[in-house]
Ligand binder design. Structure first.
Ligand code: GLU
Length: 419
């Protein structure tokens, strides 16, 4: 799908789900306006000399930080390095963070940022310089009680370490200003796999409630990055049968199940899933239409849209990515009886564990991995049960229930604080 259309769909989709929640909650026009409006949007130009076709050329990269809402705590949200990053998309994703933090009831608001670039095209040195220049210009916005970035698509613990370094130059060593850091710099045990593990825990719970035990459940994962690779590994450990995986280039499938550990080793060496032993190649489009119990879009927005929604043959779609299902596709899937586990619930293990990391940094007292993952699972499943119960009692789908719960909490905080 063309990038422009994707962006449009992602913003429209947010707007559509929001209007429904605003109506359900009977919010006044002024409250709606406050909930929609970003607190601050910052666009940053970052000049950098890059090598292009054997020559060094000056390129100006565009970076963004949208701070959406801080009624319930400091702004919180990831930084994305991807060619498709732009202000509109960042705005929609920042809002989503506000609802996600509220849904899992962590004391954070919502933000998102990023730089429009393909990080694979820059060497590590250039990426470090670019990240530090971007951070220099963001330093006045950031702070342990102000705005706390984290990884997202195309970023990782190393990028977070560069942000920490740049912020600490101005303010002294401050690990709590960023989450998803390396363990050596105050990162939390379990944070790397937290989002994927959380998705898997929710799936195991849903599977047991649908009398489709996780052992042997047939699963398709689209995207093999920060989130998808850990969803696949966690589910494989729980006994699920991963029948197809994909990355940006394409997918691999095996009727009898893929050896996910072998896939991780293969990608570490070959960079892509392509050529994984014991699998057949499959396109990303074909992969989405495979019959399965759980289909897990774990890459970009608008992956399931009006072009393919009627061809999806999964019992449950689990939104490991942010906004992977457009609102038209959401309606089509629901009409066809397909259950959707919404992003602000399914992938909230990431921000939840960022909260645990932040708490450990404030207390200067690290927890072990078992404690982190146990708390993550307990809390996420409790939130799932709240959403499920609300959905049942109001006779609505899980997304509507999750949005109503989350937005109601943010609206209440705004009223209490008297914004
Ligand atoms: N980027 C992740 C998300 O979209 C994590 C954000 C965070 O931990 O602040 O939820």
């Amino acid at each position: 799908m063309p990038v422009e259309r994707k962006h449009c769909q992602c913003q429209d989709t947010q707007g559509h789900f929001l209007q429904r929640a605003f109506d359900n909650l009977k919010l006044e026009p002024a409250q709606r306006e406050l909930l929609l409006a970003p607190f601050r949007e910052t666009t940053i130009s970052i000049p950098l000399r890059v090598h292009q076709q054997g020559r060094e050329v000056l390129h100006t990269f565009s970076g963004y930080r949208v701070q959406h809402n801080h009624a319930r705590g400091p702004f919180k949200g990831g930084l994305r390095f991807h060619p498709g990053v732009n202000l509109g998309e960042t705005r929609a994703l920042a809002r989503l963070m506000t609802w996600k933090s509220a849904l899992v009831d962590v004391p954070f608001g919502g933000a998102k940022g990023g730089i429009a670039l393909d990080p694979k095209t820059l060497g590590a040195d250039a990426l470090e310089v670019l990240t530090k220049r971007f951070t220099q210009k963001m330093v006045p916005l950031l702070g342990v009680h102000q705005d706390i970035p984290a990884p997202d698509i195309g970023t990782n613990p190393q990028v977070m370490a560069w942000i920490l370094e740049e912020y600490s130059k101005a303010h002294g060593y401050t690990p709590g200003v960023v989450t998803g850091k390396p363990l050596e710099l105050g990162g939390s045990a379990g944070r790397l796999e937290a989002t994927g593990y959380g998705v898997a825990c929710v799936i195991r719970k849903v599977a047991s409630e649908m009398s489709r035990p996780i052992e042997g459940a047939r699963v398709v994962v689209q995207g093999f990055g920060n989130v998808g690779s850990h969803v696949a590994q966690s589910l494989a450990r729980m006994g699920a049968c991963i029948i197809a995986l994909s990355d940006y280039r394409g997918g691999v499938a095996a009727e009898s199940g893929i050896d996910v550990s072998a896939a991780v080793r293969h990608v570490a060496e070959a960079e892509w899933l392509e050529g994984l032993a014991g699998t057949e190649p499959i396109s990303n489009a074909e992969l989405l239409e495979l019959p399965c119990d759980f289909l897990i879009p774990a890459a970009l927005e608008a992956t399931i849209n009006c072009d393919n929604a009627s061809a999806i043959r999964a019992a449950v779609v689990v939104e490991a990515a942010n906004i992977p299902v457009t609102y038209t596709a959401d309606a089509t899937l629901r009409d066809r009886g397909i259950v959707i586990i919404p992003d602000i619930l399914a992938n909230a293990g990431g921000v939840l564990t960022s909260y645990y990391e932040w708490v450990q940094n404030l207390q200067e007292f690290p927890w072990d991995r078992e404690t982190v993952l146990h708390r993550l699972e307990q809390r996420l499943l409790r939130v799932y049960e709240q959403v499920r119960d609300l959905a049942r009692s109001h006779r609505v789908d899980l997304r509507t229930a999750a949005y109503d719960l989350a937005i109601g909490r943010v609206a209440k905080a705004i009223t209490l604080r008297g914004f």
